[in-house]
Design a protein around this ligand. Structure first.
Ligand code: ADP
Length: 621
């Protein structure tokens, strides 16, 4: 169920898109979603319209008929006929009341259920977009603010699909009510019509001013709420548990949360003060309008132009006409306000890609990687992190990358993974710029273990087989991958074996693995993927020396004849690789085999290797 893509400049213009355009696009999305997902909602709204019409007959027409009958009885004209009629009207009033209430309750409770259903669908869309959007967006505060606005905009600010449809049908209902009331006025008191319209004009204008104030404060609140939520909820989560406690961070967090909480309260206060001014003006204009209506209708009744029943009906029609005109005005405003909030959701869904996307398939077989004059700056950063990188990694080659912290090793890997596009130069695989490949296909070439890999609160098996639907999941392959990484023996000892859930977030029998075990799960995940290019970013950092030795020993078996890129601080591990690239000063300063580099006079690698060897000698002696 796709909706038409918003123009790119809609997203750029962002909050400056006119209300009418936002309303039209959002309504189109709302109707399309409702129609495709649950057509019965339209039937339920028709039921509500019918129930409402019954209620109006009870309020407008039946009292007039009843009062006229009672008046006739008091005037002693054909009492038995009028008494009979009066009893019929009372019975009809009761029946209309009962039926309208029952229908309304049935429709409302069913719509309530539909509301939950749509909420799930919209949340799912939001979540999918967040997971599928380009990685660099996830670090961009503008995108994160937009995500917050989308989440709030499509939920409680707009009331979701049902909230917006509800207002739309309410407007339709009010239009029908207005036409009925206008017909009554045309017959009984035409002079009151312009007064009502003038009154509504004033109130609509005041409401429009209020709406603008509310929308402006909603846009400002997006960022404040996100930062407030971060301090209040995220830092209180288990992920930050150790650091918060050990560094006694709770005081700082609470102070920050209080500060942002205070800012949002101030904003609400300012909004309420500004809106209050317009409420006061609306009330004043209503008082004038009501006063005039009563005087005019009273005068016409006393003069004998209207019966008591007519008077009652006209008084009711006055308030119904005003209510309906007001309802239409307010409804349109409310709808455009709700749609403008929900439009933030559409903007988020259509957030443009950050990296260019090709559609070429990746060929089978061997793959050669070439970095050609590659330079790179992170988005929103002025400084180059990598400059003039030139390197070729032949199929089946094992390359080790070394360098001090911050030298750009991980960035080099991120570029190869297409988490970012290069700023200058090209990366070629099999002679084709990687931008030209279909991203999804391209990523299948790579099995990567990043330093800051994440495990999920799923079963051990699912963590290893990530990205494979249940039907394709091979338990044998999971076992092989665990065996290769050295975790299988530990895994079978777990209470539920491969089905054991990691972490205790959702299952009290879940397991908390050690740092080394976690790293082995991450390595198993990469092995399970069986991709032709294996990338390990400091894969042994959390392993004990014995486990580290095991991994090195098995390295050839682990990656087999595949190409492998291997970032490590422990230079002894580089001996296992065909070539070593030394990153320094944003570029590759040295390149060669271990033997070539270790013997290079004043070489960076030689110096680093000597320093580490010295450390190990010292540690042992
Ligand atoms: P290494 O892996 O060699 O330790 P990195 O590639 O992680 O180095 O980092 C290289 C430089 O890029 C560092 O100065 C780091 O601060 C910067 N950097 C890393 N990630 C980002 C990012 N997402 N945004 C901006 N700068 C970054």
């Amino acid at each position: 169920m796709a909706h038409k893509k918003l123009a790119f400049d809609d997203v750029n213009k962002g909050n400056k898109t006119p209300f009418a355009k936002m309303t039209a696009k959002t309504l189109k999305f709302v109707f399309k979603t409702a129609w495709e997902e649950r057509k019965s909602v339209f039937l339920l709204y028709t039921l509500k319209l019918f129930a409402g019409a019954l209620g109006e007959i009870k309020l407008l027409l039946l009292p007039k008929l009843l009062i006229d009958e009672i008046e006739a009885i008091t005037l002693k004209a054909d009492v038995s006929l009028h008494l009979h009629n009066a009893i019929v009207y009372v019975a009809l009033t009761l029946a209309a009341e009962f039926l309208s209430n029952v229908l309304m309750n049935v429709a409302d409770s069913s719509l309530n259920y539909c509301s939950q259903y749509f909420e799930r669908i919209l949340n799912y869309k939001l979540c999918s977009k967040s997971m599928e959007m380009d990685f660099q967006h996830t670090e961009d505060p503008t995108v994160l603010n937009q995500q917050e606005k989308a989440r709030n905009g499509i939920s409680w600010y707009s009331g979701g699909i049902i909230g917006m449809l509800g207002v739309f049908f309410q407007v339709l209902y009010n239009i029908a009510l207005m036409l009925t009331s206008v017909t009554i006025f045309a017959f009984y008191c035409p002079l009151l019509l312009p007064v009502q319209i003038l009154g509504m004009g004033f109130v609509t204008y005041f409401n429009f001013r209020k709406q603008k104030i509310s929308y402006e404060s909603f846009l400002k609140l997006g960022k404040i709420n996100r930062v407030f939520g971060y301090y209040l909820f995220e830092v209180a989560s288990q992920r930050f548990g150790k650091d918060t406690r050990l560094y006694d961070g709770s005081g700082l967090m609470s102070k920050r949360a209080e500060q942002y909480g205070h800012e949002s309260v101030e904003m609400f206060k300012e909004r309420a003060t500004k809106c209050c001014k317009f409420d006061y003006r609306s009330n004043l204009s209503n008082a004038f309008r009501d006063g005039f209506s009563y005087l005019y209708l009273g005068y016409r009744t006393l003069k004998g132009f209207l019966t008591l029943g007519d008077f009652t009906m006209c008084i009711s029609a006055t308030s119904r006409l005003f209510q309906s005109l007001l309802g239409i005005g307010r409804g349109i405003q409310d709808l455009s306000e709700k749609c403008s909030y929900a439009y933030q959701f559409l903007m988020y869904l259509d957030y443009p890609d950050a990296i260019s996307k090709g559609d070429k398939p990746v060929k089978e077989g061997d793959h050669e990687i070439v970095f050609e004059n590659v330079s790179f700056k992170y988005p929103r950063s002025e400084n180059y992190v990598l400059k003039d990188i030139n390197i070729t990694i032949k199929s089946g080659e094992h390359l080790s990358i070394v360098g001090l912290n911050g030298a750009g090793k991980t960035t080099f890997i991120k570029l190869l993974c297409r988490l970012y596009d290069v700023t200058e130069g090209r990366i070629l695989i099999d002679g084709i710029d990687i931008k030209e490949y279909s991203t999804k296909e391209y990523r299948k070439l790579l099995a990567v273990v990043f330093q800051d890999f994440q495990l999920f609160a799923f079963s051990l098996k699912d963590n290893v087989a990530m990205g494979n639907a249940d039907a394709d999941l091979s338990e044998e392959k999971v076992k092989d991958a665990l065996e290769l990484s050295g975790l299988y023996e530990d895994a079978v000892k777990l209470d539920a074996g491969l089905e054991t859930r990691l972490f205790k977030s959702f299952d009290e029998n879940g397991t908390e693995l050690s740092g080394g075990q976690r790293q082995k799960v991450a390595i198993s995940r990469a092995l399970y993927r069986d991709a032709p290019i294996v990338i390990l970013d400091e894969p042994t950092a959390a392993l004990d020396p014995l486990a580290e030795y095991e991994i090195y020993k098995k390295f050839d078996t682990l990656v087999g004849g595949k190409s492998a890129i291997y970032i490590s601080h422990r230079l002894s591990s580089c001996k296992f690789c065909d070539h070593i690239a030394v990153f320094s000063d944003k570029t590759i300063k040295e390149y060669g085999t271990h033997d070539e580099l270790v013997n290079k006079e004043n070489g960076i690698y030689a110096e680093m290797f000597a320093a580490q060897a010295q450390y190990y000698v010292d540690a042992v002696s």
